[in-house]
Design a protein around this ligand. Structure first.
Ligand SMILES: NC(=O)c1ccc[n+]([C@@H]2O[C@H](COP(=O)([O-])OP(=O)(O)OC[C@H]3O[C@@H](n4cnc5c(N)ncnc54)[C@H](O)[C@@H]3O)[C@@H](O)[C@H]2O)c1
Length: 437
C-alpha cells in the first residue's frame, strides 16, 4: 500500500448506512444525536475522545485524533439503513431496550425520521427471524441492483457528499468460501443463478463496493472476506474491513492473553460462557449462526499465544466458548471466563473474569469509529483490506499470506502508526534511545 499523496477534506455530509437497524445500529444513532445535542459524551470512541502522540516525548504534541486527521464532524452524519422489520429507528431502539426512555425521548424526533429501507433477506441464512419489509427480485443479482439503487437514491435525497456502510445485521449461518467466491465473474454468475453460496449480506457488500462506498462488516459472516469481493474492492479503490466487532469477552481475551505471553505464564484452559437475551442472542440460539460466532470467538487465542512457538506453555490448552440465550438479561450480557494458567515450576493458578457488560453500549462507538475511519481511508484513496482497523474486530481481515494480528496493543499501535504515516509524521517505535545520548 502506498502512502496517500493527499487526503480530500471531509467537507459536506457523510451518509452512514447500516444493513440491520437493531440494537447496535439504533444505539449508535441515538448516541450520536445525544452527543450532538450536548446531553452525553461519546465515551468508548477513539475517534472522539482519543489523542495521538506526535514526535518526541519531550515535544508535548498530543492532538485529538479527530483534529489530527480531520475526520467528518458528528453534525455532518446522516443515518440510514435496511431492516426486515418496518420499525423506525425510534421504535427499534425502544424494542431493543438498550437506552432508557429518558434518553431515547430526547432523540425521538430525530430517530422517528430514520425509516428502514426494504431488506434483501432470506430466512435460510438467519433461521430464527422473519419479517415483511423484504425486497422481491428476479434473482440475487437483481436484489443487489436494488440495493445499489437505494444507495444512489439515499445519497441524492439527502444531498450527501460521501457514504460508508457498516453491516449491523444479524449473524448469518456458517459458510466456507468456495469456488464461486474466488473471482468476480464467478460471483456475479452465481448471483444470477441464485446460488446458495451467496448470502444476503454479500449482496450489500457487493452493492457498496460497486457504488464505491467503503464497507465494514460488524458480524462474523463471511460476507466481504472472500477473494472475489476483496479484488473488487481493490480494483474499485474502495476500503473494506471486518469482521465481527470486538466488544466484550474477546476484548478481555485479547488484553489478558498478551499479558500471559509477555510473562511466559502457561495456559491449561480457557472456558468462556455468555448469557444474553437480546435479538442477537435469539439469532445465535440457532446452531448455524452460533457456529459462525464460535469460529470467530475461538480464533484469537491461537494466534496470540502461538502454540507452535511455545509448545510447553500453550501447546495443549482447552478453549471452549458457549453462548446461551437467556431472555431476562436483554442486552445486558454476562460474559464469564474461567482461566486456568500455570506459573513457575508448573504450579497452577486460576483467574475468573465476570464482565457484566452492555453489548450495544460497547458496540456503538466501534461503529462510529469505523464509519469515520473508513471515510478517512476513502478520502485518502486507500483501497482493499484496511488491516489497521483490526483493533475493532474479533476476526480481523488481512492479506491471504498473513496471519491476523489479534493483540489489542499491537493493533492500537498499528492503527496510530497508520494515522502518523498517512499524515507524514514519524512513526513511533518506543525505542527512545535518543533521550539518553
Ligand atoms: N453488540 C455486540 O457487542 C456485538 C459484537 C459483535 C458483533 N455483533 C454483531 O452485530 C450484529 C448486530 O447486533 P445487534 O445486537 O444489533 O442485533 P439485532 O438482532 O438487534 O439487530 C440486527 C438486525 O438485523 C436485521 N437483519 C437481519 N438480516 C438482515 C438483512 N439481510 N438485511 C437487513 N437487515 C437484516 C434484523 O432484523 C435485526 O433487526 C449481529 O450480527 C451481532 O452478532 C454485535
Amino acid at each position: 500500500m502506498r502512502r496517500p499523496v493527499s487526503i480530500a477534506s471531509p467537507k459536506g455530509k457523510l451518509g452512514v448506512l447500516t444493513p440491520g437497524m437493531g440494537a447496535v445500529s439504533t444505539t449508535l444513532m441515538s448516541g450520536v444525536e445525544l452527543v450532538r445535542q450536548g446531553h452525553s459524551l461519546p465515551v468508548g470512541s477513539l475517534t472522539q475522545m482519543g489523542t495521538i502522540r506526535l514526535g518526541r516525548r519531550t515535544e508535548g504534541r498530543v492532538p485529538k485524533i479527530k483534529d489530527f486527521v480531520k475526520l467528518a464532524e458528528l453534525n455532518d452524519l446522516v443515518f440510514g439503513g435496511w431492516d426486515i422489520y418496518k420499525d423506525s429507528a425510534y421504535q427499534a431502539a425502544a424494542k431493543a431496550g438498550v437506552l432508557e426512555a429518558k434518553d431515547l425521548d430526547k432523540a425521538k424526533k430525530f430517530l422517528d425520521g430514520v425509516k428502514p429501507m426494504k431488506a434483501a433477506f432470506d430466512q435460510n441464512y438467519v433461521k430464527n427471524l422473519s419479517g415483511t419489509n423484504v425486497k422481491k427480485g428476479k434473482n440475487k443479482f437483481d436484489l443487489a441492483e436494488q440495493i445499489r439503487e437505494d444507495i444512489r437514491e439515499f445519497k441524492k435525497k439527502n444531498k450527501l457528499d460521501r457514504l460508508v456502510m457498516v453491516w449491523c445485521g444479524s449473524t448469518e449461518v456458517f459458510m466456507k468460501a468456495n469456488a464461486v467466491h474466488q473471482d468476480l465473474a464467478s460471483f456475479e454468475k452465481a448471483m444470477k443463478a441464485n446460488d446458495a453460496a451467496i448470502a444476503p449480506s454479500m449482496l450489500y457488500a457487493y452493492a457498496a463496493i460497486a457504488e464505491e462506498v467503503p464497507y465494514a462488516n460488524g458480524a462474523p459472516n463471511l460476507t466481504a472476506d472472500i477473494p472475489a469481493l476483496e479484488q473488487f474492492a481493490h480494483d474499485k479503490h474502495v476500503p473494506v474491513a471486518g469482521k465481527d466487532f470486538k466488544t466484550g469477552q474477546t476484548l478481555m481475551k485479547t488484553v489478558l492473553s498478551p499479558a500471559f505471553k509477555a510473562r511466559m505464564l502457561g495456559l491449561n484452559g480457557w472456558f468462556s460462557t455468555n448469557i444474553l437475551g437480546n435479538r442477537d442472542g435469539e439469532v445465535l440460539d440457532d446452531p448455524g449462526s452460533f457456529k459462525t460466532k464460535e469460529e470467530s470467538k475461538l480464533g484469537a487465542l491461537e494466534y496470540i499465544l502461538q502454540p507452535k512457538v511455545y509448545p510447553q506453555l500453550y501447546g495443549n490448552f482447552t478453549h471452549k466458548v458457549r453462548i446461551n440465550y437467556y431472555p431476562p438479561r436483554g442486552d445486558n450480557k454476562e460474559g464469564w471466563d474461567n482461566i486456568d494458567i500455570f506459573g513457575w515450576l508448573g504450579y497452577p493458578m486460576q483467574i475468573k473474569v465476570d464482565f457484566l457488560c452492555r453489548d450495544s453500549i460497547l458496540a456503538a462507538p466501534i461503529v462510529l469509529d469505523l464509519a469515520l475511519f473508513l471515510d478517512l481511508a476513502g478520502r485518502a484513496k486507500m483501497r482493499g483490506i484496511q488491516e489497521w482497523l483490526s483493533f475493532y474486530f474479533k476476526s480481523p481481515m488481512c492479506a491471504p499470506e498473513l496471519y491476523p494480528e489479534h493483540d489489542l496493543f499491537i493493533q492500537l499501535m498499528k492503527l496510530k502508526n497508520t494515522l502518523r504515516w498517512m499524515m507524514g509524521e514519524d512513526l513511533i517505535t518506543h525505542l527512545g534511545a535518543e533521550y539518553y545520548d
